[in-house]
Design a protein around this ligand. Structure first.
Ligand code: PBG
Length: 321
């Protein structure tokens, strides 16, 4: 035999030399869950690698991430039921603890990247990402609420806003609102191809944000669709998105790969709660090696074409790099 592919696998050092995909700490974004109060550091039973934390604990978490070089974060709020209403008005209210926390975080750590969540569901008494009327999710009436929420978040100090709602036309409306309020430098990481997935379960447990009735299938994409993701991406890019996201990640590697080869814009991928929980649960049962499975999963997402990876494993991976 003249040609032996195994020659390039004979030792760890040669494997390192020919490795095509190398994770870097700057590829990673860690999701954090914020609750109001002090001294709160609660386990999330269906996602045992993440916690629901008050600002003091979030600040120390960020500090320990910075110690391992991890500096990109996306913050989600768990809103008490008493502050939720039909129109998600607490989302842009001046006493909103999420907005105040963002200001405190950026004041203490100005050099980190802090990404927000733009959607009505954490604040909505209906638990939907848009305004609900007679059982329908209204698109155009939701847009001004998202725009107002985004401007409030930009004012609070978020570097990038992350519309996760899947309403049509929201990227353009948010871009205009940000520009009008003089936040030209605040970016938009759009959840471009967000699928109606079963793998968001633990996240909804964490935030208590599950829809009160119905499902999200009239706005989130059908898991069976691939070409439609291209159409969503074209729209988001035309409307001014700075990043386009695929979510979930592991079950949608083909979509990540399609978007990477079709567009010259950074591709983000969200390795979602249920995808991480699967690995954690199997590892807990002794069925998988956690460290190896974690690395393989996140490396696969990068290999498929993701430039930025949102994963609950970000800190563990950063430690090992
Ligand atoms: C909702 C939102 C969801 C996630 C991020 N933003 C869930 C949903 O659409 O119900 C899920 C993330 C995860 O599962 O880790 N705006």
């Amino acid at each position: 035999m003249q040609i032996r592919p195994r020659r390039n696998r004979v030792s760890p050092s040669i494997r390192g030399l020919v490795r095509e995909t190398k994770l870097h700490v700057d590829d990673l974004i860690l999701p954090l869950f914020l609750v109001e109060g002090e001294g709160i550091n609660d386990q999330i039973s269906s996602l045992p690698i993440a916690k629901r934390q008050s600002l003091d604990h979030i600040l120390s978490e960020i500090k320990s991430c910075l110690n391992v070089g991890l500096r990109h974060f996306i913050l989600f709020p768990a809103i008490p039921e008493s502050l939720k209403d039909k129109t998600a008005s607490y989302s842009y209210s001046s006493d909103n603890f999420y907005l105040k926390a963002a200001s405190a975080i950026k004041e203490k750590y100005p050099n980190i990247t802090l990404i927000s969540d733009v959607a009505m569901d954490p604040y909505s008494s209906d638990g939907h990402d848009g305004l609900v009327k007679d059982g329908k999710i209204l698109n155009d009436q939701t847009l001004p609420i998202l725009a107002r929420m985004s401007v409030a978040q930009a004012k609070a100090g978020f570097d990038i806003v992350g519309p996760s709602d899947m309403m049509d036309g929201r990227v353009g409306v948010i871009r205009d609102a940000l520009d009008e309020a003089n936040f030209q430098d605040v970016g938009i990481m759009s959840y471009t191809a967000k699928y109606a997935s079963a793998f968001y379960g633990p996240f909804r447990d964490a935030l208590d944000s599950a829809p009160k009735s119905g499902d999200k299938k009239t706005y989130q994409m059908d898991p069976a669709n691939r070409i439609e993701a291209i159409r969503e991406a074209e729209l988001d890019i035309a409307e001014g998105a700075d990043f386009i996201m695929v979510k979930p990640a592991l079950h949608y590697l083909d979509i990540i790969s399609d978007l990477k080869s079709s567009f010259d814009i950074p591709i983000a991928a969200y390795h979602v709660s249920g995808e991480c929980s699967q690995i954690l649960a199997a590892a807990k049962l002794g069925w998988l090696d956690l460290e190896l499975a974690m690395h393989e999963a996140v490396t696969s997402i990068k290999r498929a074409g993701a430039d930025c990876i949102l994963t609950y494993f970000a800190k563990e991976i950063a430690k090992s790099l």
